[in-house]
Design a protein around this ligand. Structure first.
Ligand code: ATP
Ligand code: MG
Length: 174
């Protein structure tokens, strides 16, 4: 499948949060489908800002710590299941590979099983594991453009493409 690319201009932190929330809410229509999102871009590009807003939109409360020291922060989500009129409980993982000194730490970390299981995984600094990560549904690239950020979304799977398609038009033309 050839990836679908979408380029957006994010004027400020709030724009990044709006994009992340919209994608998170789109996923709540398909919460039984595992979702992998990678976030790349330099230090301070806005990866954690995106991940926090994504998790907030899924109902995570309290402090959302950056996993840059811990490698992994785990959350439990309760997603309303419209089909069964109940709640689907599923995990969310916020991962930051910045501290990897060798891509093969990926194999020893146990993270392959984590991102291969159910739920949502948001991975900052995926390039630190080079090609060892599974194919991301969505890769988010952020880069500074003056005070703003330029964002490129690559949707690499059907799920990723579905999430991007359901973004409000106002966001897509940003
Ligand atoms: N459009 C924008 N989107 C996100 N952050 C922005 C934007 N404009 C300015 N910022 C600022 O840039 C900083 C982004 O910090 P953040 O921790 O999200 O970056 P990061 O990419 O996770 O960095 P690191 O690689 O160190 O983990 C914040 O201080 C935020 O306020
Ligand atoms: Mg970060």
């Amino acid at each position: 499948m050839s990836p679908v690319a979408l380029k957006l201009q994010l004027a400020d932190e709030h724009d990044t949060e709006t994009l992340a929330s919209a994608l998170a809410l789109a996923w709540t229509q398909h919460p039984a489908q595992r979702l992998l999102i990678t976030l790349d871009g330099d230090l301070g590009a806005g990866k954690t800002t995106f991940a926090r807003a994504f998790l907030r939109a899924l109902g995570v409360q309290g402090r959302i710590k950056s996993p840059s020291f811990s490698l992994l922060e785990e959350y439990s989500l309760d997603i309303p299941d419209l089909q069964f009129k109940g709640t689907l409980q599923t995990p969310a993982y916020h991962i930051d590979l910045y501290r990897f000194s060798d891509p093969h730490e990926w194999d020893d970390s146990g993270l392959r099983d984590v991102v291969g299981g159910p739920g949502v995984s948001l991975v900052e600094w995926p390039q630190r594991a080079q090609g060892l990560l599974p194919l991301a549904d969505l890769s988010v690239h952020l880069e500074p453009a003056g005070e703003q950020r330029r964002c490129t979304l690559h949707a690499r799977t059907e799920l990723g493409q579905r999430l991007v398609r359901t973004l409000p038009e106002g966001l897509k033309s940003g």
